[in-house]
Design a protein around this ligand. Structure first.
Ligand code: DAH
Length: 437
């Protein structure tokens, strides 16, 4: 059934939802990992994304993502390492349970993939924190594919992989003794390593501890978090980061904000001349542990993106390569080894510009990017907005995007590029009713 929309009477944030309703209203149920899900006006998941669900690149021990995943798991060797959790979660799990405010931009249909109003693809591994704590896990890692609508370029892909880690301590004298012991052990290890750390105070007025936490315990947990992650940075980047051999690894801590931790931090590593953001972390909000019914405890947690780190460590220049099945890519990697990727001849890119008048409801860049990706798959290298224009008299707006078509695995002929570009134009007209300029 198609429901006609009248956007003029709706708040702005509903426009796109209704617009999507027009596009997707006749869609059949979505099938994911053998399960059928009904669709509704919220549905915005595309078949290009559905195709990626279940690929589980990080589970392949000789894929760069799998190699990195194993390296991190073996670093935290006494943590329970979980994989294979279903990516379909409720918005409550992904956002509400973690204290995301109702108006957080991540919830928007332009930023996340919704299967229907009650289910979405997780946007981060933190979506599984509550259920993992609730199972009684005290020190754990969780690796998974996560999904976010995004622009298209060499470092953004709507499917990527994260690892979440957490460690729970009892909020009593025994927990305090465990923390003191572990902190002494880790400090000793770091003091003997070639690492320089730029730190921030664990707790400040702008990065406060939680009122429910004992001040001494909160400091000890924050310190344990920092020491544990500094030690992970040594495992990942030590001896690999410096331009010259023997140079120390430089790690920088920055105050951050996440709805589900306080205090919160980001970690950056100085790698081949640049500061690179590696992960987010903090002391878990007590309401998360309360929701999981874990009493009298305090925990830290972190989350990191595997692609970003693997691109650095293996010198992989384009995020799409992780999905390549070309033997020239896959044969370069061996389980347990970090080696430098040797680029093979890149096939030439071929760009086409597309200029059109926007529909009166507007068109988000992510809607355009998803349409291109859904039409041409991985044959799009990047999409760049090169011009926006509003006609002074008619007030009509237009946009011009440059789409770079390029295959990772073969040469794309100009004829083929023309024909897929024509398909993009035709889909753009069908779905959004735009007028080509
Ligand atoms: N979930 C966050 C993200 O995707 C990363 C993160 C930050 C995870 C802080 C954590 C954390 O566990 O404590 O950006």
């Amino acid at each position: 059934m198609t429901v006609a929309c009248s956007p003029a009477r709706l708040p702005r944030h509903l426009f796109r939802t209704l617009q999507c309703r027009r596009c997707y209203s006749t869609r059949a149920p979505v099938s994911l990992l053998g399960q059928q899900y009904p669709t509704d006006s919220t549905t915005n998941i595309t078949s290009a994304i559905i195709d990626k669900v279940g690929r589980n690149l990080y589970m392949n021990p000789s894929h760069p993502l799998g190699i990195l995943q194993s390296l991190i798991s073996s670093h935290f060797h006494n943590f329970n390492s979980m994989v294979g959790l279903n990516p379909v979660v409720s918005p409550a799990r992904n956002f509400d349970d973690l204290g995301f405010p109702p108006d957080h931009p991540g919830r928007a249909a332009t930023d996340s993939y919704y299967i229907n109003k009650d289910l979405m693809l997780r946007t981060h591994t933190s979506a599984h924190e509550v259920e993992t704590f609730a199972r009684g896990e005290r020190q754990w890692l969780l690796s998974a594919d996560v999904y976010r609508r995004d622009e298209i370029d060499a470092s953004h892909y709507p499917v990527f992989h994260q690892m979440e880690g957490a460690r729970v301590f009892s909020a009593d004298a025994a927990g305090r003794a465990e923390l003191e012991d572990d902190n002494a052990r880790l400090s000793h290890h770091l003091a003997r390593s070639n690492i320089v750390i730029e730190d921030v105070p664990h707790i400040t007025a702008s990065n406060p501890r939680q009122d429910v936490h004992d001040p001494v315990l909160a400091e000890l947990v924050a310190l344990n978090l920092k020491l544990s992650l500094n030690s992970l940075m040594l495992t990942l980047f030590g001896d690999r980061a410096g331009a010259n051999e023997g140079e120390p690894l430089r790690v920088r801590w920055i105050e951050a904000y996440f709805p589900f931790t306080t205090p919160s931090y980001e970690v950056e590593v100085f790698f081949r001349g640049k500061w690179l953001e590696i992960l987010g972390c903090g002391v878990v909000q007590q309401q998360t542990l309360d929701r999981a019914r874990v009493p009298d405890s305090i925990s830290w947690a972190f989350g990191l993106g595997l692609e970003r780190i693997a691109m650095i460590l293996f010198s992989i220049p384009d995020i799409r390569l992780f999905w390549s099945q070309d033997p020239r890519f896959v044969s370069q990697f061996t389980a347990g080894q970090i080696n430098t990727f040797k680029p093979y001849s890149k096939y030439p890119a071929c760009y086409k510009d597309l200029s059109f008048w926007l529909p009166h409801t507007g068109l988000h860049d992510n809607d355009f990017c998803d349409l291109v990706r859904d039409t041409v798959g991985d044959l799009v290298q990047d999409v760049v907005l090169i011009d926006s224009f509003t006609h002074p008299k008619t007030n009509r707006s237009s946009k011009c995007y440059r789409i770079n078509y390029c295959s990772m695995d073969r040469s794309l002929s100009n004829d083929e590029a023309n024909s897929i570009h024509a398909q993009v134009i035709s889909n753009l007209k069908d779905k959004f009713g735009v007028e080509i300029r």
